[in-house]
Design a protein around this ligand. Structure first.
Ligand SMILES: [Zn+2]
Ligand SMILES: [Zn+2]
Length: 280
């Protein structure tokens, strides 16, 4: 597939507007309205996204202003768990092939960062080129440069941490759960993530950080001449259930906390359709 540059004519294309409307319908009431004047669907396809517990297929839609992805309930028909990343904030970074994990790259933004894998090297190349082009075109169109706000961390998958990555000794149990530092992304124990810090790009409430990040953030704030509003909540041993990381696995659980009903199966996917598809 040869990447195509969309022209002014395409911007007004009825077919494109219909496709966007159709995607909006697929997300149903669980998603935001996607039909916006001037928005163009540039490409779509299935990528394997590294989530907290394992890697899972996710449907991605690249528009000329946002990158949208969601959970596949019925391929090409129904999606949920919609996430929208404004492209002006999106940065990409290569991930080297390692064992079975091939054709990956990082998608980073202030609100969310993660690793995805494409089925083939050429698909990876196409996705990355298309996303980069959309970002650059958008910045040029708006006459702005990419914001300097720091990206949220890519979370270390649970499986990569046998012991706490902060104190290096605490072993995980049912009580001593795995938590992620929202500032550096490591997996750490209750005690090592007992502090909260306000990271406004990720949440309006103070969120869990490791002790190293906590002290670093506190120092930065103290040494900064600018007065910043921040809230610190010490949470004791972190065993209080209200501090459980219910938001940790937002890819797995529905809003009411019950597990997602449908587990996506590889064999239900027509591999031809899953490949990156760019529109012209
Ligand atoms: Zn620890
Ligand atoms: Zn940290």
């Amino acid at each position: 597939m040869i990447p195509r540059i969309h022209t002014g004519k395409y911007l007004n294309s009825e077919a494109n507007a219909r496709r966007i409307f159709n995607i909006e319908q697929c997300f149903g009431s669980s998603g935001q309205p996607l039909v916006i004047p001037g928005r163009v669907l540039v490409g779509e396809g299935v990528l394997t996204k590294v989530c907290r517990k394992r890697a899972k297929p996710r449907q991605f839609f690249l528009f000329n202003d946002v990158l949208v992805y969601g959970n596949i309930i019925i391929h090409k028909k129904k999606y949920n768990k919609q996430h929208i990343l404004p492209l002006e904030d999106v940065k990409l970074d290569n991930v080297n092939d390692e064992g079975n994990l091939r054709n990956g790259w990082k998608i980073m933004s202030p609100s969310k960062s993660f690793v995805v894998y494409a089925a083939t090297a050429s698909e990876k190349k196409e996705w990355m080129a298309h996303i980069r082009k959309c970002v650059n075109d958008l910045l040029a169109r708006r006459g702005i440069s990419q914001s300097t706000s720091s990206d949220s961390p890519v979370w270390v998958p649970d499986s990569e941490a046998k012991t706490c990555m902060h104190c290096r000794k605490s072993e995980f149990t049912v009580v001593n759960r795995k938590h992620h530092c929202r500032h550096c992304g490591i997996v750490a124990c209750n005690a090592c993530t007992s502090r909260r810090w306000l990271l406004p790009q990720q949440s309006s409430k103070p969120i869990r950080v490791c002790l190293t990040c906590y002290h670093k953030l506190a120092q930065e704030t103290a040494s900064s001449s600018v007065t910043r509003t921040y809230t610190v909540i010490a949470t004791g041993d972190g065993r209080n259930s209200s501090f459980e990381d219910s938001s940790d696995d937002d890819d797995d659980v529905t809003k009411d906390g019950s597990p997602a009903q449908y587990q996506y199966q590889d064999d239900q996917l027509d591999m031809h359709d899953s490949h990156f598809q760019s529109y012209d």
